[in-house]
Design a protein around this ligand. Sequence first.
Ligand code: AMP
Length: 192
Amino acid sequence: MNIILLGPPGAGKGTQAEYISKKFDLNKVSTGDLFRENIKNNSPLGQKANEFVNSGKLVPDQIVTDMINNWLISNTDNWLLDGFPRTINQAKSLNQILKSCNQILNSVLLISVPNNMLVDRLLERQKIEKRSDDNMETIQVRINTYEEETKPLITYYQQENILSEIDGSQSISNVSISIEKELANIKKKINN
Ligand code: AMP
């Protein structure tokens, strides 16, 4: 089963990705985590991504797509992508990568949360995780970027008939339960 987690910053993608990947034994990649790790190690990739990540803007498509392409070479099946794709261009590149290696994307789970709740959650997270991009100014840039560049993916994947929406305003454990139910259904369909 190959799935994507889609949703605005603060929707809980990272937390749910961690949980679901263990529960369903999926190989997980989180593009945001990969960038933060590379920035911390000051690698060439980190140096390229740094200014974008810290200002809340998207890292250019080519850089992210190359990174995911490399990851998919060694994780050919049974994966979960957290934070990719984030633009229509990235989604199209992913399609091509999957075609070239005969893989299928089974489902896109959209975790929806109202904007006012997102800001509160991200400011709360800042107190605990101290992420440099969880400050009021950058949060606003990230939410706007989501609205403008990532939201069009909802229609894109609806048209492919593989999008399911999850109410992300529930408690963490209830969101997990909703996702588990959805994935159990998808797994059944795949096996039939
Ligand atoms: P996240 O941890 O998913 O909130 O991502 C943190 C930051 O990493 C984002 O604000 C972007 O700067 C960058 N990033 C993560 N995934 C992508 C992506 N698919 N495309 C472009 N930039 C990304």
